[in-house]
Design a protein around this ligand. Structure first.
Ligand code: SF4
Length: 755
């Protein structure tokens, strides 16, 4: 079953009543984002209005999507919940663990050889618990979601930050951590701070070399990488409706690059065309019946300044092609002489070595067809491409159709490498260099979303610039960063001057989409007999053991580390090479807090083992405490645990025996993750008490047996000279979160309730 039409009809059956109720409680016309949010409240119809940017609200998403890197721990946790099936439709997509090096066939086989145990695990868990499984090579999660599952007015969450791509089909789609996805899979609500709303009014019309990608590159320039934080960006206006559905997807996709919670567009004819072209006429028919609820109320777009927190205007007729980068996606430069100046001033290499087209951002049929129209001109006009080409189609359906229609052939005639339908170079899975750290300075252009140092090829000296697929193709052919296809001539093999004409392409394949084997595996109806196999000797996967409750009598605890300054989830659980162990809690725990700075010596991964008096790495010392049965605490500064929502940052200390994290303040998601794992996340009543804590302290919890909502706790810190400080700490646990603590974790409680 590619999608669940009954689920969609159920959402549409209640949308009118719920939106009407929301209009009544807010007393005003509603934006599209508000309609979707208010029609997905966990408690049903709205009873009161929520304050944007302030109120935390429980939602009931319609769908979940997980990619292979994040799905491992999410599914390992879900297996702990004791459920027979996931509570909402869920899919798993194998796209991140496939390297791009030689070409699709060889690279896919290499990935299967290297990561088969992970793929097999994900496939068997999916089969057992009713989760749709997209095999390696089936496509990139967000393109596959857009083609198969996204629907106007829906709400989905996904364990990947570019889940937001589905806004191109009128959804509120949000990237979350694995722990949030597990809650929803297990039938619980999903909590989100009610977002602020940014409106982007698009007037005029895209034409010539300007593409949807340039819209979001412009928005990134205006808002910067932080400007969308905590907000949903809603696009509207004649420029929006004139744009293709996949073009809208590109714009929403890169909303992640401005920090936005998500982005979305109102339902329109481009979405209807896309739904029908992707074999979902029934969804289009159902959407047409409630279409006034799938876009904002007319008063909102007529007078947006009154209803959005911020409004941005972009006239598409005045927008030109942009090149954003290097090293940040919000640094915009117009093509041509402006780039010559900037590149020269900043010593960016003007010679371009690669042009990469693909990623979830720009790998649709339209993207490939427009880029191939430029590639075809190189062939027709006798131009030899100066840079190499790499192509990652977004899905097998796109690849198969593009191959049928001769699009891939055009690129192949230019010696392009057609990589697997997967993330590949977009996530550093690019076998470009044997030794990337010592690779030379160079420039590349790609149609992806992120261009941080080392992101594509691991080489810190690669200057990556983000552009539309058609501009990427033109720049790859010219081999120069400052090539302006609107004005510049190129010399062909006969020594003649030629110019590239404007790109052309098809919004949708004229002969329709086609695919022989889309790579989808439907789970069996009854998965109870499916066995999930994990090799006990595996270094990448490990079944989880339920955490034991910490109990209410913690005495004689030691200080593992007092973290100094910033301590993000990257400091607590580093990424990079550790990604390999995301499905193996014990192995990945060897990175626990290795990036945190020890307040006593200002060094990382160098803390005192109070049992021996020796200094060693944090995981080694903590394992020694665990072996000796000694509980520990971690102390931190402000905004502890900011960064990603990765649950490993809470699971690792919990697994290794840390009982409490006491800080000046928490990043909220990390605090919640600690609660879910059955740990204590506490904050100093007096921030200055942070300074009283000494390296050799022994800690006794004085009143944990009276743990209750709204009641502070007291901890006795016994210093090495025998003196004592009693420190009062706050917490934000409510009754059910205290139950999580008492049961050892939220999942333990769910399992108990199921039983
Ligand atoms: Fe993430 Fe890139 Fe894959 Fe998209 S293509 S899901 S941005 S790694």
């Amino acid at each position: 079953m590619a999608f669940d039409i009954n689920m969609i009809k159920k959402v549409y059956a209640q949308v009118a009543e719920r939106v009407d109720a929301a209009r009544e409680v807010t007393g005003k016309p509603l934006t599209l984002a508000e309609k979707i949010l208010y029609s997905h409240l966990w408690d049903g119809k709205a009873k009161s209005a929520f304050t944007r940017g302030k109120d935390y609200v429980d939602f009931a998403p319609d769908r979940i999507a997980c990619q292979d890197a994040t799905a491992q721990m999410a599914l390992l946790q879900f297996m702990q919940a004791g459920k027979k099936k996931v509570a909402v439709p869920t899919t798993v997509h194998c796209d991140h663990l496939i390297q791009a090096k030689v070409g699709a066939t060889v690279d896919l086989q290499t990935a299967l050889n290297n990561s088969n145990e992970v793929f097999n695990f994900l496939e068997s868990v999916s089969n057992k618990y009713g989760i749709g499984f997209w095999k390696p090579g089936a496509g990139i999660i967000h393109q596959v979601v857009l083609e198969n599952y996204a629907f106007p007015g829906g709400m989905m969450i996904g364990t990947d930050s570019h889940t937001v791509n589905a806004g191109g089909l009128g959804m509120v789609a949000i990237g979350v951590g694995g722990a949030d996805a597990v809650d929803v899979m297990a039938g619980m609500a999903w909590e989100l701070k009610f977002p602020k709303l940014i409106g982007v009014r698009l007037t005029g019309k895209l034409s010539g070399w300007t593409a949807p990608k340039d819209v979001i590159l412009k928005v990134a320039e205006i808002l910067t990488v932080k400007g969308g934080t905590g907000a949903i960006v809603e696009y509207f206006g004649p420029g929006a409706t004139a744009m293709s559905c996949t073009g809208k997807g590109t714009i929403c996709n890169m909303g992640a690059e401005i920090g936005a919670t998500t982005s979305t567009f109102g339902y329109d004819e481009s979405m209807e065309r896309y739904l029908r072209a992707t074999d979902r006429a029934d969804v289009a028919d159902a959407a047409n019946e409630v279409k006034e609820y799938l876009t904002a109320d007319p008063e909102v777009y007529a007078n947006p300044e009154q209803y959005f927190d911020q409004v941005i205007d972009i006239n598409l007729s005045e927008l030109g092609p942009l090149l954003n980068g290097p090293f940040t996606p919000d640094l915009s430069t117009e093509v041509g002489s402006a780039m010559t100046e900037k590149a020269t001033a900043n010593d960016w290499p003007l010679k371009v070595e690669w042009g990469l087209i693909g990623s979830c951002t720009n790998s649709s049929y339209e993207d490939l067809s427009r880029a191939s129209s430029i590639a075809q001109q190189a062939l027709d006009k006798g131009l030899k491409t100066k840079a190499e080409f790499g192509i990652n189609p977004g899905s097998e359906q796109v690849r198969f159709t593009a191959e049928r229609d001769g699009i891939l052939d055009v690129f192949e005639k230019l010696d392009a490498k057609i990589f697997t339908n997967a993330c590949g170079p977009c996530i550093g899975q690019w076998g470009r260099y044997e030794d990337p750290k010592n690779a030379p300075k160079n420039s590349i252009v790609h149609s992806f979303n992120r261009n941080f140092a080392k992101r594509a090829d691991g080489n810190p000296n690669t200057h990556a610039f983000v552009a539309s697929p058609e501009l990427t193709a033109a720049i790859a052919i010219a081999g120069r960063l400052d090539f302006n296809p609107l004005t510049d001539k190129l010399i062909n093999e006969n020594g003649e001057e030629v110019m590239l004409d404007e790109p052309t392409g098809w919004e949708l394949p004229p002969k329709g989409f086609e695919v022989e084997e889309n790579g989808y595996l439907e789970p069996v109806a009854d998965g109870s007999g499916v066995e999930v196999v994990v090799d006990p000797n595996s270094e990448r996967l490990e079944l989880l053991t339920p955490f034991e409750p910490i109990g209410d009598d913690v005495k004689g605890a030691k200080l593992l580390i007092k973290a100094f300054g910033k301590c993000t989830t990257d400091h607590i659980s580093m990424a990079g090479p550790w990604l390999r162990y995301r499905g193996h809690l014990d192995n990945i725990s060897n990175n626990c807090l290795i990036g945190a700075v020890n307040a006593y010596n200002k060094k990382t991964n160098f803390v005192k083992n109070q049992l021996t008096g020796e200094y060693d790495g944090v995981p080694t010392v903590q394992r020694a405490y665990k072996a000796a049965g000694v509980p520990t605490i971690v102390v931190g500064d402000h905004n502890y645990g900011e960064g990603s929502s990765r649950e490993h940052a809470a699971m690792e200390p919990r697994h290794l025996g840390v009982v409490a994290v006491i800080v000046k303040s928490f990043a909220r998601i990390h605090e919640t993750n600690l609660k879910k794992q059955g740990m204590l996340g506490l904050t100093f009543v007096n921030e200055s008490d942070y300074d009283k804590i000494q390296e050799d302290d022994t800690i006794n919890f004085l009143d944990l047996d009276a743990f209750a909502p709204g009641k502070t706790l007291n901890l006795e810190f016994v210093h090495s000279d025998g003196s004592k400080d009693v420190i009062e700490v706050n917490h934000t646990y409510n009754d059910s979160q205290i139950e999580w603590f008492k049961e050892g974790s939220a999942l333990n409680l769910i399992k108990k309730q199921n039983a």
